[in-house]
Design a protein around this ligand. Structure first.
Ligand code: SF4
Length: 253
């Protein structure tokens, strides 16, 4: 199947079945989304949603965050991953928003990336979700699922994945495609063992096709048989060597 066809099937399927996907992070304004996305690096959305209500109550706006420091922020985020670094980032981010951006979250990706704790992924999320910019953020789910489906080829870095997705996806789907891939990766195409048996994308998924052709199934079966034979052989050799050792002890006695 041609790559362009895969993209077409991917967009058609999700446009029809998941036309309005949204982030699972809870937020009420751009400032809160920015804070939540910074916190969500290497952490689950569920955990972030547990800490943000108290955090947003104590720091309801940019000004209150800018007036604080990492020590004050830390207790509110101690249960997320890397709380020390993230507390420093949030304090620095608040100050920079006040000092350079008049207390507003900037809309440009380059400007967002100047903020402490904001890398390209976070900047793309904010730009696309808040400002409708044609940008796709690549996290671990997007990276893995795009590669498995066959939307990307030989893309070794998040930036390479972003470039390929941006090249092939229709511009007006870039923002939603990010959520499609994340949600699919979180619930079906999971990292260790993708749930292909319940996945609706098998008929155009490259990974599925590579692992479920007649030859692939035969190879997997042959490997299983060989492993069973090897295990039996090892067990038999163990028994023989134990028996030989026993006999030599008996002889010495
Ligand atoms: S068929 Fe399997 S590998 Fe392909 S997208 Fe679905 S779950 Fe992932």
């Amino acid at each position: 199947m041609l790559k362009a066809e895969r993209y077409r099937h991917f967009v058609e399927y999700f446009s029809k079945n998941q036309p309005n996907p949204v982030t699972e992070l809870h937020y009420n304004n751009p400032f809160q989304l920015l804070v939540a996305v910074i916190l969500s690096a290497q952490c689950t959305d569920k955990r972030i949603n547990q800490v943000t209500p108290a955090l947003f109550e104590r720091f309801p706006d940019v000004a209150s965050l800018a007036a604080s420091n990492a020590e004050e922020i830390f207790p509110y985020i101690r249960s997320v991953s890397y709380p020390n670094n993230k507390a420093k980032h949030l304090a620095g981010m608040g100050k920079m928003l006040m000092d350079i951006f008049n207390g507003e979250v900037p809309s440009k990706i380059e400007e967002l990336q100047k903020l402490p704790g904001v890398g390209r992924k976070t900047a793309n999320v904010i730009a696309s979700v808040v400002f409708d910019a044609p940008a796709i953020a690549v996290d671990t789910h997007v990276f893995r699922v795009a590669n498995r489906i066959g939307l990307t080829t030989r893309a070794r870095t998040p930036l390479a994945v972003e470039k390929q997705l941006t090249e092939y996806l229709p511009q007006n789907t870039l923002g939603v495609a990010h959520h499609w891939l994340i949600l699919h990766g979180r619930y079906i195409c999971v990292a260790r063992s993708p749930k292909c048996e319940i996945c609706p994308l098998t008929w155009f998924c490259k990974y599925y096709q590579q692992h479920n052709t007649e030859t692939a199934l035969q190879k997997a079966e042959a490997l299983k048989i060989r492993k069973t034979k090897d295990a039996k052989k090892k067990k038999m050799l163990n028994t023989i060597s134990k028996e030989l050792a026993r006999r030599s002890v008996d002889k010495d006695i």
